[in-house]
Design a protein around this ligand. Structure first.
Ligand code: THU
Length: 162
């Protein structure tokens, strides 16, 4: 027996930043600002991420590269790990991600698989959605209600008791 299954999801596309709430605009601006200080001398691809917490704090991150290439880290994980380290028991509400260039013309900046995995696990941990806002230099914004939409069949770790 075989059955065909399907995965799809809805997301919003805003033609410009000013269609969003003031809070979301501020968060996206924070991502834009922090992207300017990315340490990305090797790729020259500057990314900023800003995580809004339930207590109103905004924790920012930019990509941090290293001459030993795999040692570097994406903006999203810099921000997510900083948020979790500094506010371990505060829920993350929204992550805004910005890169001036999109990967391909007409495309949207979109987090890598490892960052999706990390977002997905924090959602499970906090038992509530982490909304994702994506923006690049053309000013278009994509909104996803939950990061889990970006990673179907995510790996969920269950420790085995020894
Ligand atoms: N990068 C991010 O910071 N976030 C992404 O979503 C994709 C890629 C960084 C990693 C590296 O420093 C540079 O962009 C080029 O891949």
């Amino acid at each position: 027996m075989k059955e065909k299954r399907n995965y799809s999801f809805d997301y919003e596309v805003y033609a410009s930043l000013n269609q969003l709430s003031v809070a979301d605009q501020k968060l996206l601006y924070a991502a834009v600002e922090v992207s300017k200080d990315a340490y990305a001398p090797y790729s020259n691809f500057h990314v900023g991420a800003a995580v809004e917490l339930e207590n109103g704090e905004v924790v920012k991150g930019s990509n941090q590269e290293n001459g030993a290439y795999p040692s570097g880290l994406c903006a999203e994980r810099v921000a997510l790990f900083a948020a979790s380290a500094n506010f371990p028991n505060v829920k993350m509400k929204t992550i805004a991600i910005y890169a001036e260039q999109s990967v391909e013309e007409g495309d949207q900046i979109s987090p890598c698989g490892s960052c999706r995995q990390v977002m997905s696990e924090y959602e499970l941990k906090q038992d509530s959605d982490l909304r994702v806002l994506l923006m690049n230099g053309n000013g278009k914004v994509w909104e996803l209600k939950s990061s889990q939409l970006l990673l179907p069949f995510a790996f969920k770790f269950k420790a085995t008791k020894k």
